[in-house]
Design a protein around this ligand. Structure first.
Ligand code: AMP
Ligand code: GLY
Length: 421
């Protein structure tokens, strides 16, 4: 098969790495890709959010299957365009991608099926939103309705903070995404990520993970896209995963199908767990980044078979083969991230890191230039390892981190702390 992976992050490098292990893959092209993907596959440059451009590339290159990594092309309807032309692809329609693109939409779907989640109210008017915050008090959570690259959520510990968030969001800082605001009850508990493949009807869980959103050790400092992850997440026990499937994922997926927008792709449910009960924090319509890296480390070659079964509506006839293993990824970022950072510094020592089924350095923001690997983004490398225990995976990951010679980069030294306490 000729396969096209859309995206340029560590998530897509991990997807490409897993897909290549499957003998069904004859040719792999990544667009736009990065230096890590360029080392294992062909890369192509075109606008991945333009359905017409993606379709044209697929026709010219006899692509059999397209894997869409990030949310932007999904929200832009790239999957719809491909499916209309009979090109098989992994990822939901633009209508179904609203589960990530609109927080108000997700809340409304959850309310329709009584799925456990935070209480909420939805506002298009700043004064009404302020009155609601004053009535509810803090802590309270203020969210821009649309896609805001992970920056549209303010967890306000005081009423003043919440009111300031309303000013910012209605003041236009988030563009069109802020013209509508969802205000939620603050949920306490421990967060974990639950990944489920959905083919429109059947829901097949493929793993759990925990992310580390804050930039600093001990979960301090500003929020980031994610500084490290591990899988499985011990807090998401089999019993809690079953509750999440029965009370949240299956009912919302059935409601989507009932409304004529069946979901097809991976559904990432962010859950808040307290006293054995999961509640939905948010849905994402794609794999998490860096959670995908640890899932791919554990799933390996079967990933492609699972994605094909998902795209072809055969999930009721496949199973996931789990080893009793653990994986961890440590994100190396450019100093300054998530604020301003410099680009172009050279990363050395990568050739000393092993590359096998238990060790892999996935690239995020990198580019190759004259045989050198240069940092070209905020999150730059995802140093990933597998082991019989999380402790072993952690030791292997940090050993590789220590072999990488990149003084302009940094990482958290405590990835996994919650699970290893
Ligand atoms: P979201 O983009 O909706 O995942 O929100 C980003 C982060 O804000 C989540 O990962 C949580 O850590 C936090 N968060 C969002 N909603 C809530 C809530 N209702 N209660 C507590 N924390 C929340
Ligand atoms: N790591 C969080 C996300 O991908 O949304």
């Amino acid at each position: 098969m000729n396969i096209l992976v859309l995206g340029s992050g560590g998530r897509e490098h991990a997807l490409a790495w897993a897909i290549l292990q499957n003998p069904k893959c004859d040719r792999l092209i990544c667009a736009p890709g990065n230096a890590g993907m360029a080392a294992i596959a062909e890369c192509a440059a075109f606008d991945i959010c333009n359905g017409g451009a993606v379709a044209r590339f697929c026709e010219e290159n006899a692509i059999d299957f397209v894997v869409i990594g990030p949310e932007a092309p999904l929200a832009a309807g790239v999957a719809d365009r491909l499916r209309d032309l009979g090109i098989s692809c992994f990822g939901p329609s633009a209508a179904a991608a609203r589960l990530e693109a609109s927080k108000a939409f997700t809340k409304e779907i959850c309310a329709a099926v009584d799925a456990p989640t935070a209480g909420y109210a939805h506002f298009t008017d700043a004064e009404a939103a302020r009155a609601y915050i004053r009535a509810q008090g803090a802590p309270i959570v203020v969210k821009a309705d649309g896609l805001a690259a992970g920056k549209g959520v303010i967890v306000a510990m005081t009423e003043a903070e919440a009111l300031a968030a309303i000013d910012t969001m209605f003041g236009g800082e988030f563009g069109a995404a802020g013209a509508e605001v969802v205000i939620e009850e603050f949920m306490e508990g421990e967060e974990a990520s639950f990944f489920v493949l959905v083919d429109g009807e059947t829901c097949l869980p493929i793993g759990t993970a925990q992310d580390h959103k804050r930039v600093g050790d001990g979960d301090t400092g500003p929020n980031t896209g994610g500084m490290g992850a591990y899988s499985p997440a011990p807090v998401l026990t089999d019993a809690i995963a079953q509750i999440a499937l029965d009370q949240i994922v299956r009912p919302t997926m059935a409601e989507m199908a009932r409304r004529g927008m069946p979901y097809q792709g991976v559904l990432y449910a962010g859950l808040m767990i307290r006293d054995g009960q999961p509640r939905l924090v948010e849905y994402n319509v794609r794999f998490g980044d860096p959670e995908c890296q640890v899932l791919m480390m554990r799933l390996g070659a079967q990933t492609l078979d699972l994605m094909l079964a998902c795209a072809e509506g055969r999930l009721d006839r496949v199973a996931v083969n789990w080893a009793d293993d653990h994986a961890m990824t440590v994100v190396m970022a450019a100093q300054g991230y998530p604020g301003d950072y410099a680009k172009g510094s050279e990363i050395k020592g990568l050739e000393t890191c092993p590359e096998d089924s238990a060790h892999m350095v996935f690239h995020a923001g990198t580019k190759a230039e004259a045989g050198r690997i240069l940092a070209s983004g905020g999150r730059v490398l995802n140093v990933t390892a597998r082991g019989a225990s999380l402790t072993e995976a952690q030791a292997r990951a940090y050993q590789m981190v220590d072999q990488i010679d990149w003084p302009e980069g940094f990482c958290r030294r405590d990835i996994g702390w919650r699970a290893l306490m």
